[in-house]
Design a protein around this ligand. Structure first.
Ligand code: AMP
Length: 222
């Protein structure tokens, strides 16, 4: 199993690209969003789910070991031949080390780390227009990335949409602060390992997709 890691601030478009690659090449890519795995787990309504919900809705990170266990569990159901796009993991240096140890111990590897580079001011704009499918978690934007048919999810056909509870002004500021403090250092960490691909994430969804496909063609063809 090979990992393609997508890192970038909330709203940088990594989920949109991961979702699109996996939908168009389901035999090759699997998209794993740790945020979505958590949102799926919240429906259980247990006291622990409530604790996670509170952390997420206040923009804080879930403890490293816990999110890693959630991810590890999900990976058990993925075929070894798939290229796994990790969207939202790792988010801290410690998570990157957990991933690296896991890969070493299980004969897997991180092929590329795609960094979605974009200014904070643009992110705030984007997060303000974001909405998602309430059933499968597919991500949309009211201006930049609407469903092909208005009101119908491209991926699962659902007509239920919602705005994330953590996409409000106060929580967005908190999430961006945590991103700069905890996640951004991963850019130089992976750059030093020679696996970083820096993308200008201020481009349109389609042009980012073109660049991404060109850059990862070699990875995808293996
Ligand atoms: P996302 O959908 O990637 O924006 O994630 C939503 C929320 O889930 C984050 O704000 C965190 O509270 C939590 N979360 C997702 N991935 C991670 C992670 N790798 N480490 C810690 N918390 C995470």
């Amino acid at each position: 199993m090979t990992f393609l890691v997508f890192i970038g601030a909330p709203g940088s478009g990594k989920g949109t690209q991961a979702q699109s690659l996996a939908a168009e090449h389901p035999d090759r890519f699997v998209h794993i969003s740790t945020g979505q795995l958590l949102r799926d787990a919240l429906v259980e309504g247990t006291p622990h789910a409530l604790y996670l919900k509170n952390l997420m809705e206040s923009g804080k990170l879930i403890p490293d070991e816990e999110i890693f266990t959630v991810l590890e569990d999900k990976l058990k159901s993925i075929k070894a031949s798939h290229l796994v796009i990790l969207d939202g993991f790792p988010r801290t240096l410690n998570q990157a080390l957990l991933l690296s140890d896991f890969a070493k111990n299980t004969g897997k590897h991180v092929e590329k780390v795609v960094y979605f580079d974009i200014a904070d001011a643009e992110l705030v704009n984007r997060l303000a227009g974001r909405f998602m499918c309430a059933d499968c978690g597919a991500v949309y934007h009211k201006h930049h990335n609407r469903p092909l048919q208005d009101g119908v999810c491209d991926l699962c056909g659902s007509k239920n949409f919602q705005v994330r509870n953590d996409d409000n002004e106060d929580v967005i500021a908190k999430r961006l602060g945590i991103y700069h403090a905890e996640t951004k250092p991963l850019v130089s960490y992976y750059e030093a390992q020679g696996v970083l691909l820096r993308l200008d994430a201020a481009q349109s969804v389609d042009s980012i997709k073109k660049t991404l496909l060109k850059e990862i063609k070699l990875v995808a063809a293996e």
